[in-house]
Write a protein that binds this ligand. Structure first.
Ligand code: GRF
Length: 205
């Protein structure tokens, strides 16, 4: 069984949906640790309540050195049994860019959720970008993390229709609902070894 590490920075609602789904839907993965780069992340309390180990690795002392920071993350993941061989790392609102060294070491072992239909609207404020662009549909994407920004192979996407009177808040809320559905689904597929990666493409069996 894979060991799961979840990296957060804030609210942690995707983390919560994954952790709850593991119990409820019997996803065969061992939730090993939740790591936050911020001590005040609300998600930490939720993880503690759910009985999951938590760790805080503040970036302050690593200012400007992403590789050293990520080395620390890798060592803490390892401490909790999350390794490239038997681990999966979920980025769940983790507001840091992962170093190429981390990505390389955990090739196809790190996944992320992005609140847009990639490759559209990468980066921050994806919901606002979709609204400002005048898109009629947006949604969310779970993808493997590669060295680029929101560019790795897509695992699952969900479509959300944009309404004429949508605000950033109302659209974000509907997208979030879909995030909470597809992120645990992606974790389940990977836990059951049902996702194969061929270049940019994934095949789900
Ligand atoms: C989500 O919208 C996710 O798509 C994005 O950051 C947000 C995190 O929210 N990457 P939460 O911390 O999971 O509640």
């Amino acid at each position: 069984m894979l060991n799961l590490g979840i990296l957060i920075s804030g609210r942690g609602s995707n983390m919560e949906s994954i952790l709850k789904s593991i119990k409820r839907k019997k996803i065969p993965i061992n939730p090993s640790v939740v790591i936050s780069n911020r001590r005040d992340a609300k998600g930490l309390k939720i993880a503690e309540k759910l009985g999951i180990n938590t760790e805080v690795i503040e970036s302050k002392s690593f200012e400007g050195n992403r590789e050293d920071y990520d080395k620390k993350i890798i060592s803490v993941l390892k401490k909790h049994g999350v390794t490239p061989d038997n681990g999966l790392v979920c980025l769940a609102g983790f507001m840091r860019i992962i170093s190429p060294q981390f990505v390389k070491k955990f090739k196809n072992r790190i996944i992320n959720i992005h609140p847009a239909l990639l490759p559209s609207f990468t980066g921050l404020n994806a919901q606002k970008q979709a609204l400002d662009y005048g898109a009629k549909y947006s949604g969310c994407t779970v993808h493997f993390v590669d060295a680029g920004m929101d560019t790795g192979p897509v695992i699952i996407q969900a479509v959300v229709k944009i309404k004429e009177n949508d605000t950033e808040e109302s659209l974000s809320k509907r997208i979030l609902k879909e995030e909470h559905r597809i992120y645990p689904e992606a974790v389940n597929l990977i836990a059951r070894n049902k996702v194969k990666v061929f270049g940019r493409k994934t095949i789900i069996s």
